[in-house]
Design a protein around this ligand. Structure first.
Ligand code: NAD
Length: 358
């Protein structure tokens, strides 16, 4: 199979980690007889430096014309003082909107070899921790109307509105139910229906969609309770589906209980097969250019790309197994290093994973 992949290396450690993911993809291509054509495009701080814009039009064009997009990370102190819509992060919101990627999929799984990095007690994790957060990505407060006003008395007021339409809830709910069908067949819909109108609509629509999936166990849970339950009894969860802001916060919480930021991949999907795949961490300017970054989150994001955009299940399995093998053999980058293990650099970790794909 021939696939066109738009590659956004971005800023900070972005270029280093994406290079390792491409090495792994190249190996998969060789072993399984595929061709991956990469098309490098700019976004974030490097795009601002070169073109004055965090998301140049050309980037959107190339991404829309590709089968999928692989992204490192964007941002850095150099661009911190720019106004909101000119910052590197504006590129992220822009590309999600431009590609109509409404569903963000973030798995949080405890990897046995890294269980000592999990901050929860063993009595809590002994029942396992393997869940997916399905977050609505282009609606709610991050995309709603906003304003900052000053009244005649000099009182300054800022307002962000959280709005959802029924079709936006329906399409993300379907993503969650379909995903649950391929997993342990359980969906929790997270809302704040005791307070918010947008959550009451969310609840009404998710219940309607749930009727089409009688084989999937379905329940509602309030967002504050979810935050508690994630650290109290995470084993009860399989698929959690929620709106943008709640999902942003809960998915960071879920990621941290698995131990390391450098290990967690993500996928952003729309109606078709075009997706954007990226690690959940940022551009880590503190370690950029030092060959110290953990490339595993990006490599696992590439595996998600093969699974969700290209329907290459065995190829994705091969990458995930290679990562498990290398970790089980005791190799670690600095961020996940522990006593008795062998510390390796970013590029060495990539090489070790490549070698395990046979
Ligand atoms: P960060 O995730 O970049 O870093 C937090 C800490 O985790 C740092 O100590 C860093 O060294 C470490 N870390 C992160 N990824 C790592 C990896 N792969 N291997 C080893 N260590 C790793 O978060 P931050 O410092 O808050 O943000 C830095 C920049 O990244 C900011 O400009 C922020 O806006 C941006 N950011 C971008 C994205 C994105 O591109 N999707 C996401 C979050 C933050």
């Amino acid at each position: 199979m021939i696939k066109k992949i738009a590659v956004i290396k971005g800023d900070g450690i972005g270029p280093e980690i994406v290079t390792e993911a491409q090495k792994v993809l190249d190996r998969v291509a060789k072993v399984y007889g595929h061709t991956f054509e990469y098309r490098d495009v700019l976004m974030g701080g490097c795009a601002i430096d070169e073109t004055g814009e965090p998301l140049p039009e050309e980037t959107v064009k190339v991404c829309l014309d590709s089968d999928s997009v692989l992204l490192g990370a964007v941002g850095g102190h150099k661009w911190d003082d720019l106004p909101g819509d000119k910052r590197p992060e504006a590129g992220l919101l822009g590309i999600r909107g431009a590609l109509k990627l409404f569903a963000n999929i973030r798995p949080a799984k405890l990897i046995p070899a890294l269980s000592d990095a999990c901050p929860l007690k063993e009595e809590i994790t002994k029942n396992g921790l393997d869940l997916v957060i399905v977050r609505e990505l282009i609606g709610g407060a991050y995309f709603g109307k906003r304003s900052t006003t000053v009244d005649e008395n000099g009182v300054k007021t800022a307002c962000d509105s959280m709005a959802y339409s029924d079709y936006e809830v329906e399409r993300i709910a379907r993503v969650a139910f379909e995903m649950a069908r391929k997993r342990r067949k359980k969906v929790h819909s997270v809302d704040k229906a005791n307070v918010l109108d947008s959550s009451r609509l969310w609840r009404e629509v998710t219940h309607k969609v749930a009727k089409e999936y009688p084989d999937v166990e379905f329940s509602d849970i309030l967002v504050d309770n979810t935050a508690m339950q994630l650290v109290h009894n995470p084993a009860q969860f399989d698929v959690l589906v929620t709106e943008n802001l709640f999902g942003d916060i809960l998915s960071d919480e879920a990621s941290m209980i698995t131990g390391s930021l450098g290990m967690i991949p993500s996928a952003s999907l729309g109606e078709g097969t075009l997706g954007l795949y990226e690690p959940i961490h940022g551009s880590a300017p503190d370690i950029a250019g030092q060959n110290k970054a953990n490339p595993i989150a990006t490599i696992l994001s590439a595996a998600m790309m093969l699974r969700y955009s290209f329907d290459m299940q065995k190829e994705a399995d091969a990458i995930e197994s290679a990562v498990d093998k290398v970790l089980n053999d005791g190799f670690r980058t600095g961020d996940i290093m522990s006593e008795g293990k062998t510390q390796v650099s970013c590029s060495e970790m990539g090489d070790l994973i490549v070698k395990e794909i046979k």
